[in-house]
Design a protein around this ligand. Structure first.
Ligand code: SF4
Length: 233
């Protein structure tokens, strides 16, 4: 039984159902701020969900561990099983060779999503899941069609595994994502994850006279928001 109060500023969570009545779901998770709202929606719907953390794209390893720990923290709070998959970053670098200068949402990201979905689908096959999904699509920085295409492609290799393309952004999902992140004070990463996204984010910042990304220091803060509202009032 989860210890979380799902009440969000008077919002009553609807009961979601899996597309074809599947009994359990393997949910690929990338980072806690994206995953939090989705995990909570699934827990409130009593959908038997296992979190699958497979993100060899995240660089460097300290950032990877921090994002993973934040996922584990929330999965434990919700009582959700968590699978800590391989950090096979050499494989990730091999597969994205030649795509180093692709822009975000370009071919390198397709490779990156493909790889993560392929491993998720294979784990589902090996562990008796017949439905997979991912938290990747809730971010407004991502191309949902690109992600869904990769998810569909990965499951096509298996007759008995489906990809759930639920649109987690709709009906206020994006703002609840922020609300849950603040309530849980999740780590707030400032770049997508790979070394190339870190490079490009820093280039963009420097070109606008801003400081480079400082990894591992920024956390969502509900308390500070409340304080600033009180002070303004
Ligand atoms: S920008 Fe993000 S999605 Fe694209 S390759 Fe890098 S980590 Fe993967």
């Amino acid at each position: 039984m989860s210890k979380v109060d799902y009440t969000l500023k008077g919002y009553e969570r609807p009961k979601l159902s899996t597309p074809n009545g599947e009994k359990k779901l393997l949910m690929h998770s990338c980072c806690a701020p994206c995953a939090g709202e989705i995990m909570e929606a699934l827990a409130a719907s009593d959908i038997n969900t296992t979190i699958f953390f497979y993100n060899p794209n995240i660089h460097p390893v300290e950032e990877y561990e921090l994002r993973k720990e934040e996922n584990i923290r929330f999965a434990q709070k919700l009582g959700m099983p968590f699978v800590d998959a391989d950090y096979d970053r050499d494989n990730w670098f091999d597969r994205t060779k030649g795509q180093e200068n692709e822009p975000e949402r370009g071919e390198r990201c397709t490779t990156c999503f493909d790889m993560r979905f392929e491993v998720t689908a294979q784990y589902a096959k090996d562990h008796d899941f017949n439905l997979i999904s991912s938290t990747l699509g809730i971010s407004r920085w991502k191309d949902m069609n690109q992600i869904n295409g990769c998810g569909e492609r990965a499951t096509q290799a298996f007759d008995d595994i489906a990809y759930w393309d639920f649109n987690w952004r709709k009906q206020g999902g994006s703002s609840r994502m922020l609300e849950v992140s603040k309530r849980e004070e999740f780590y707030q990463q400032e770049y997508c994850g790979c070394v190339y996204s870190l490079r490009d984010t820093n280039r963009w910042r420097v070109s606008r006279g801003r400081e480079k990304v400082e990894r591992g220091v920024k956390f969502y803060q509900e308390a500070m928001d409340k304080l600033s509202v009180q002070t303004k009032g």
